[in-house]
Design a binder for this molecule. Structure first.
Ligand code: VGL
Ligand code: ZN
Length: 208
């Protein structure tokens, strides 16, 4: 328990709690379903909540199937840099892209969709993977007077990681609620992501 009490300049940012990242989904994160009650419970503590949704067109450039001869989890070079290739996931309008049915946060003020451009992925809720195209969330948060973000969701070592780093870069205080996140952990990426977040000045805590 960290003893932090969220106030009205704090916001709970819940990353990608969608069917395709949960059990039975196309890109299931281990143990993801156990997150849902934890996040629902945490949400009671916050006045302001934003949810994100990974939201790709069917032939998205991040899908291995869009690159003949490639397999999921291979890495390739794209004009904006290295891109991991994924199984087809979170296709716009599909069941897999829907929020987990037991995620119960009706008071969320915004659902931000990302990764909707064919030729660029977007792990972060603030910038697409070229690290220069904004999603608009940074401006939204500033205009709303939000100063500190509490992050939870999926996956710790991808979308949570990049959202946390970009939020720091944009001058927000960032707290990652580690036990309300689950990681994919490809080649040790979970451990290294925590290190990178700490070095960037992200507070990584268990519980609130
Ligand atoms: C994610 C891989 C591909 C995530 C999204 O939500 O962490 N990971 N698309
Ligand atoms: Zn994706």
């Amino acid at each position: 328990m960290s003893g932090i009490v969220p106030g009205n300049t704090d916001l709970f940012l819940v990353i990608d709690v969608q069917n395709d990242f949960c059990s039975g989904g196309a890109l299931a994160v281990p143990n993801a379903d156990s997150l849902v009650p934890i996040i629902n419970h945490l949400a009671d503590r916050f006045e302001h909540i934003v949810l994100t949704q990974d939201w790709h067109p069917a032939n998205h450039q991040s899908f291995a199937t869009s690159h003949p001869g490639q397999e999921p989890f291979n890495k390739i070079q794209l004009p904006y840099g290295e891109q991991t290739l994924w199984p087809v996931h979170c296709v716009q309008g599909t069941h897999g892209a829907a929020l987990h049915p037991e995620l119960a946060i009706p008071k969320a003020e915004l659902i931000l969709r990302k990764g909707f451009r064919h030729s660029i992925d977007s792990y972060s809720a603030l910038y697409e993977n070229d690290h220069t195209t904004p999603t608009g969330l940074g401006g939204y948060l500033r205009e709303r007077g939000i100063r500190r973000l509490f992050l939870a969701g999926l996956a710790t070592d991808y979308c949570v990681l990049y959202s946390a780093l970009d939020a720091r870069r944009e001058g927000f205080e960032v707290v990652v609620l580690l036990d309300a996140c689950r990681g994919l952990d490809l080649n040790g990426s979970l451990e290294s992501s925590i290190q990178v977040m700490l070095e960037a000045g992200v507070a990584v805590v268990n519980g609130l």
